[in-house]
Design a protein around this ligand. Sequence first.
Ligand SMILES: Nc1nc2c(c(=O)[nH]1)N[C@H]1C(S)=C(S)[C@@H](COP(=O)(O)OP(=O)(O)OC[C@H]3O[C@@H](n4cnc5c(N)ncnc54)[C@H](O)[C@@H]3O)O[C@H]1N2
Ligand code: MOO
Length: 400
Amino acid sequence: MEPEDYDRLLADLRPRPTSEVVGLEAALGRRTAHEVRAPQSVPRVPTSAMDGFALDAAALAAARSGGEVSVVGDIAAGRPYVVLEQGTAVRVMTGAHVPSGAEAVVPVEFTDAQPAGGVPSTIRIADLPADLPSGWNIRRVGEDVGAGTVVLAPGDLITDAGTGLLAMLGIAAVDVTRPLHVGLIVTGDELGAPDAVVADASAQSPAALILNSNLPMLEAAIASAGASAHTRVCGDDPEAFLQVLEELSADTDLVITTGGISQGAYEVVRSALEGAHSTFGRVAMRPGGPQGHGRYRGTPLLHFPGTPAAAHVSFHLFARTLLGAGPLANRWRKAVAAGDDLSGHPRGVSLRPGVFTPNGEVEAMPRSRLHDFARADAIIRVPRAPAAFRPGDVVDILPC
Ligand SMILES: Nc1nc2c(c(=O)[nH]1)N[C@H]1C(S)=C(S)[C@@H](COP(=O)(O)OP(=O)(O)OC[C@H]3O[C@@H](n4cnc5c(N)ncnc54)[C@H](O)[C@@H]3O)O[C@H]1N2
Ligand code: MOO
């Protein structure tokens, strides 16, 4: 099974997020719970796109034939509106409310007026384009955003530009999804805490030989995905594992486990859950081939392999789908390959760490260890052999 097919199977496990209303200052990086519609138009009134003079049709005609036009007022952006009398002009600044009846705003450069200083009492205009479109340099009401337009869809990430957009529309608070609570159980009798003393390799203590990289790595990945992590470490005893899962699943929206799912003698996760709660199998991909998923008392479960590079890739491919990023099939982006030729593996999709070159192409690292992914900008998807890519070919990448 290809990674995207497996990912589709996981869709039913997606937790339903709840929502909360937050102020704009706390909205950055959150996702909208509902669509957001513009409560008002932008601009709200016709506004000038240029510093210049608003003229009605009669004044424009007079100016075209070389006549002087009287200037009857001055409007800066946000300042009170001035009535445009027939056959006259009003000085307007960019963003100013253009008086009704104005046919066009003529930029100051087309006139004999000085750009700065007081308002001239009259202006002359030279070299006006022959066919001025009606409303030249006047931004119509709702030209940027019409009242009622959907400006953000449900699930959209609120970015810095999105924050500005909401402020522009007078929206001070927004309904966003609450961070999901994700349980993480990292399994293996052999694991030592990252600060454990690394003993001599010949020593008897296994905990000193393999340090627990998956826990801090996936805790960080969960936080980067906007969720909160609740972590536990567990040995290879299935009963003890079930006890940890029982506790953790009661208060979490999703539980991720690592390790103990392949063909070995101490596959704790598999022996505790297979049949009753979870299914285990192999996805045609490397790293990360062994995978499992299920539910425990309703709480969705994802089971990742213990090998650190496999756990890393599994999170980006599959956990992100359940944490609101959308189906894997929709998340691949395109990039131009650089560096050496890339050949597919005969048994499945290869997921290779890739680094962006200064000119924006992507170059695969020679190997796919955690050490390589730690420096990568993206995961490159190399389909199964005989697929092969040469420099200049377009490849699928997942930013990570
Ligand atoms: N006979 C077979 N053996 C294996 C197969 C297979 O198909 N047949 N698949 C291999 C592949 S691919 C992978 S990936 C691993 C996955 O095995 P598990 O999920 O059961 O993981 P473990 O055996 O528990 O651990 C694998 C490896 O990773 C180390 N590990 C585990 N957790 C952590 C952690 N939190 N931090 C750092 N390192 C960790 C663990 O000590 C093992 O060395 O199975 C292959 N075998
Ligand atoms: O899933 Mo494994 O060895 O391919 O890392």
